[in-house]
Ligand binder design. Structure first.
Ligand SMILES: C=C1C[C@]23C[C@@]1(O)CC[C@H]2[C@@]12CC[C@H](O)[C@@](C)(C(=O)O1)[C@H]2[C@@H]3C(=O)O
Ligand SMILES: O=C(O)CCC(=O)C(=O)O
Ligand SMILES: [Fe+2]
Length: 334
């Protein structure tokens, strides 16, 4: 098994060092959820970038801090202990290997499903604590972030003038919603500087397959998004806010009006990064198709009919950087 020990620059994906470091993207749309005009700003941000930052949210800081401190304790444990909570197949503790198709990055993580009974015992024994305390920390955080995601999706529907406004949020609220939660830890990597390598890939470029992704990180940079002009931009970290990504399924439901945003994480060689991401997905049996109320005039669907189960099955066999929607496009290459 590959473990996260010394950086091995022969095997880790590295960004060409001769490239200029991407600049910070200071024009990220900032959505204040307490403001009445936020619904229109959310639509604009999804159309322009598929990405935005949320402030004035109702997620209690104590839920964030509690989970963050449990995650720090977990990732600071000896590797031999952490490996007992793995391998990620896809759920569990993963180290360097991302997914099942050969992708690697300078990252260790915990991936779990929000609706399946999860084996918290595995994590709790690493921390030497009661599994119930970990379960509670994850559940409190995920429930609050899911509530905020539903609020955002309802505002989005309002902004798009879709009725009823719960078309998207009901998919996350469904008890069979196939949502995922992930804790990513990108250890600091000072040794790498000896190799004159500044940019090591933590999590390679990709889009998220679900409807919406909600990310919170500590104050370490690393996240980058690809803009329509083909340039990568670094997202200034903000531990008090959330960053929202449009996922592939929302792209399909809006018939391409919103694009799922390509993003990646480069490691910060001096500081470790810790991120928590909630991926809101529909039930497995849900048909993913453009909403009829969004189709204008003679507009026809850009996508073949498929269920989330079919998409997920195909997505989880793909490489990280692949365009997973191509297979499902009506007029695509396939
Ligand atoms: C290489 C892969 C990892 C991934 C499954 C996949 O085959 C392609 C999509 C990847 C992704 C990206 C967003 C989320 O982090 C994730 C959990 C997901 O739903 O799709 C991961 C998958 C993973 O890490 O298993
Ligand atoms: O860890 C991060 O900051 C982002 C990771 C990510 O994009 C993912 O897990 O899908
Ligand atoms: Fe992602």
């Amino acid at each position: 098994m590959v473990v996260l020990t010394e950086p091995d620059t022969d095997h880790l994906p590295i960004i060409n060092n001769s490239c200029k470091s991407p600049s910070f993207f200071n024009d990220i749309p900032v959505i204040d959820l307490s403001k009445p005009d936020s619904k229109n700003l959310i639509v604009k941000a999804c159309e322009e970038f598929g990405f935005f930052k949320v402030v004035n949210h109702d997620v209690p800081m104590e839920f964030i801090s509690k989970l963050e401190s449990e995650a720090i304790k977990f990732f600071s444990s000896p590797l031999s202990e952490k490996l007992k909570a793995g391998p990620a197949d896809p759920f569990g503790y993963g180290n360097k290997q991302i997914g099942q198709s050969g992708d690697i990055g300078w990252v260790e993580y915990i991936l779990l499903s929000t609706n399946c009974e999860f084996n918290y015992q595995k994590f709790a024994s690493v921390l030497g604590v009661n599994p119930e305390s970990i379960r509670a920390a994850v559940n409190d955080y995920v429930s609050a972030v899911k509530k905020m995601s539903c609020e955002i999706l309802e505002k989005l529907a309002e902004g798009l003038k879709i009725h009823p406004t719960n078309v998207f949020s009901k998919l996350l609220k469904d008890e069979k919603s196939d949502s995922v939660f992930r804790l990513n830890h990108y250890p600091q990597c000072p040794d790498i500087q000896e190799f004159n390598v500044k940019n090591l890939i933590g999590f390679g470029e990709h889009t998220d397959p679900q409807i919406i992704s909600v990310l919170r990180s500590n104050n370490t940079s690393g996240l980058q998004i690809l803009l329509k002009n083909g340039n990568w931009f670094s997202v200034p970290p903000d531990q008090n806010s959330f960053f929202i990504n449009v996922g592939d399924s929302l792209q399909v439901m809006t018939n391409g009006r919103f694009k799922s945003v390509k993003h990646r994480v480069l490691t910060n060689t001096l500081k470790s990064r810790l991120s928590m991401i909630y991926f809101g997905g529909p039930p497995l049996s849900e048909k993913i198709a453009p909403l009829p109320s969004l189709m204008e005039g003679e507009e026809s669907s850009l996508y073949k009919e498929f269920t989330w189960f079919e998409y997920k099955k195909s997505a989880f066999k793909s490489r990280l950087a692949e365009n997973r929607l191509t297979l499902f496009e009506k007029f695509g290459a396939s």
